[in-house]
Design a protein around this ligand. Structure first.
Ligand code: ADP
Length: 279
């Protein structure tokens, strides 16, 4: 094949994939792109719990984990042993977590969960796109996407693929995380994405009295939102119990639906719905 022909074939394949992505997304009413300036701020925890909270409120939900280097969604939901079915035509069935709640993660494609996957640039881009183009998501109220952290090629691919997504930018209150999150805000502005800010680990749920105390500086996320003229969607306290629940693969909405943390997520969902104009 000549170089020219190869290029035009690749162009045709991409155009076909674009069309499949568009068709898939047409069936999904709202898309939430959960992002962060850097890793470790609780982005995946927020993505999983937003999906669980929306599902608890009766929505049909898809949860897509495209954090290829650190896929943690199956672990957080306790479905690490469940595999995605890849059909002969290369389409992939998501894992059914509950009826009306489906999950797709690169981890569910890997038999050896501890294997380190060495992704090359174009492969990553293609995998992220395949997770929308080649997965029969069907009709959904919400698709929650756990995007890769930062503002590089991978979050760019995810964001470009879903131009009508609402970005939920997760930060902690500390200055270092806030510096990174400002880059995420610029990134979303450049792509014309609507967005709001969530402050995670905002205060601490006291293991003794169960009340929320404020041992370290909070309010940075709210300040940043106000400086940038963006909606502040709410804060989630640091809850030591959430760490052990997450490690066990039990979502807080199942174990402790009345907890401060679960209420904080429901509050954020209410704010997101206001931003989306959902009744
Ligand atoms: P990221 O996706 O940003 O890398 P994760 O969601 O994987 O971050 O969270 C990193 C760690 O912090 C996990 O162990 C998780 O259980 C913990 N964590 C996240 N948010 C909270 C919270 N509000 N309270 C307690 N632990 C949290």
């Amino acid at each position: 094949m000549t170089a020219e022909k190869g290029k035009s074939c690749r162009g045709a394949v991409k155009a076909l994939q674009d069309e499949m992505i568009r068709r898939s997304l047409d069936h999904i009413r709202h898309k939430l792109l959960v992002m962060s300036g850097k890793g470790g701020v609780g982005k995946s925890t927020v993505a999983v719990n937003l999906a669980c909270g929306l599902y608890a409120e009766g929505s049909k939900v898809g949860l897509l984990d495209v954090d290829l280097h650190g896929p943690s969604v199956p672990g957080l939901l306790g479905i690490k042993d469940r595999m995605t079915r890849v059909r002969e035509d290369r389409t992939m069935d998501p894992v059914v977590y509950r009826e009306g709640f489906e999950v797709m993660s690169v981890e569910s494609l890997l038999r050896d969960k501890d294997a380190s996957v060495i992704w090359k640039g174009p492969l990553k881009t293609n995998m992220i796109r395949q997770f929308v183009a080649d997965v029969p998501w069907g009709d959904l109220d919400y698709l929650v996407v756990d995007a890769p952290p930062g503002t590089g090629d991978e979050p760019m691919t995810a964001a470009r693929m879903i131009p009508d997504a609402f970005a939920v930018i997760v930060t902690t209150s500390q200055e270092l995380s806030l510096a990174d999150v400002r880059k995420s805000v610029q990134f979303c502005r450049r792509l014309n994405l609507r967005m709001g800010i969530v402050e995670n680990m905002s205060g601490l749920v006291c293991p003794h009295c169960g009340g929320v105390i404020d041992p370290f500086k909070t309010g940075g996320g709210k300040r940043l939102a106000s400086e940038a003229g963006l909606p502040f969607l709410g804060g989630i306290p640091l809850d030591p119990e959430l760490v052990s629940l997450s490690d066990n693969g039990t979502p807080v909405f199942e174990a402790r639906p009345d907890s401060d943390v679960a209420r904080a997520f429901l509050n954020i969902i209410r704010r997101i719905k206001e931003e989306l104009g959902v009744e």
